[in-house]
Write a protein that binds this ligand. Structure first.
Ligand code: UD1
Length: 366
């Protein structure tokens, strides 16, 4: 056995999930290499996270870049197979649900290398989401399935995954949040963007279901225009959304009265912006979790969530693009009539420790 673990990361939300594991692996002297697939490549979608979260430079870059699903997934597979044929780790650890996750899990498994999946078992039951396909297939291939909330375990059992492979370890995103909370509190982002504490809404939006078709994006623009009548908006814009606003010539439809549209920001800045916001409107998965932990109201611009605990115990409400619901909940929030979040089991900053302990006990030779 080489006692070597490969940590795969490719897209923005992956970087936050490997950071706490790296810290723990270093502490426990576990040998690892970081593989960056290159799914995300702009400075503010990738390198800023390595710089600001203290993640070491990846040993291996696959440099695949953007493309259609088939091309991107295939390119990652071709490049990753070359890497694994050159050096065989004992375990390939993948996180989340992006194309890099399924591509690398599939290549490793076919070469008889064990696969661990962090954030296993989450299900939106919505096959129009590419992530749902990535999740189900990655979980079927994985030998170690690390889950973040109780619903995940039930989903996996229903899909026939043997319970011995499933470990309820908690939420790795919350480890990362806690690792950076003090630093994030101490940076002055509000001044930079001319924002006032608790007097703006933070908005993120990049899902294909919201931004890829003109009618959906038009609705998003209407929502932005409605919200900015009530409260100032800060909107760090994802490259997919920026590209499509231009393509459909919708930029001029956005009223410019009370909105700041900015390039994507780094994690510390974003955490500071979340902490100080009055509420968040998003279609991201991780932000539903982070906002719930921080007890900041979050309205989710989707039909469903694969993270139901954020609705049951957290501060999340699913509103999709339903104007009536958005109006109601924004009014509730602004008149201080919105629910409060409760503590969520094992969202405590100890998830990377639990994962590392399991990997050491069950897997690595002493
Ligand atoms: C991907 C993930 C999604 C995740 C999101 C976070 C999949 C299927 N989707 O979606 O689950 O929530 O990342 O951001 O894996 N682009 C740039 N610079 C970059 C990266 C992308 O300009 O650094 C542009 C490209 O034009 C590209 C588009 O953004 O075509 C979309 O990127 P892609 O990685 O295909 O999907 P995301 O929408 O980012």
């Amino acid at each position: 056995m080489s006692n070597l673990i490969y940590l795969v990361a490719g897209a923005r939300p992956n970087f936050m999930k490997i950071a706490p594991l790296i810290k723990e692996f270093l502490k426990e002297n576990i040998k690892f290499k970081i593989i960056h697939t290159g799914q995300h490549y702009d400075y503010n979608m990738s390198k800023v996270f390595f710089d600001k979260l203290g993640i070491p430079e990846p040993e291996i870059h696959l440099n695949v870049g953007s493309a259609s699903h088939a091309i991107q997934t295939a390119k990652i597979m071709i490049e990753f197979e070359k890497v694994l044929l050159n050096e065989e780790p004992d375990l390939v650890l993948v996180v989340g649900d992006v194309n890099s996750t399924i591509a690398c899990a599939l290549v490793a498994k076919k070469l008889f290398i064990k696969v661990a999946h962090v954030e296993a078992g989450l299900r939106s039951f919505d096959f129009r989401m590419p992530e749902e396909i990535n999740r189900i297939l990655t979980d079927q291939l994985s030998d170690y399935l690390f889950t973040s909330e109780k619903s995940a375990e039930n989903n996996l059992k229903k899909e026939g995954i043997s319970p011995e492979k499933i470990f309820f370890v908690g939420n790795i995103m919350i480890d990362n949040l806690l690792m950076n909370l003090e630093r994030a509190k101490n940076i002055n982002v509000l001044k930079k963007f001319n924002l006032e504490k608790k007097n703006y809404a933070l908005i993120t939006c990049h899902r294909p279901s919201n931004v890829d078709h003109k009618e959906d994006l038009e609705q998003i623009v209407e929502i932005l225009n409605f919200i900015q009548e009530k409260i100032k908006i800060f909107f760090p814009i994802h490259p997919r959304t920026k590209k499509n606003l231009k393509k459909y010539e919708l930029n001029s439809n956005i009223k410019k009265a009370n909105i700041i549209i900015n390039d994507p920001v780094g994690f510390l800045e974003f955490l500071n912006l979340m902490l100080n916001s009055r509420f968040i409107l998003t279609d991201s998965g991780g932000i539903q979790e982070e906002a719930s932990y921080l007890n900041i109201p979050v309205l989710t611009l989707r039909e469903n969530t694969e993270r139901p605990i954020t609705v049951e115990k957290g501060t999340n409400t699913i509103v999709n693009k339903d104007f009536k619901k958005i109006k109601k909940y924004v009014n509730d929030i602004l008149s201080n009539n919105y629910k409060n979040g409760q503590t969520i089991e094992k969202w405590d900053g100890q998830t990377a420790k639990r994962i590392t302990k399991i990997i050491k006990q069950r897997f690595l030779t002493e």
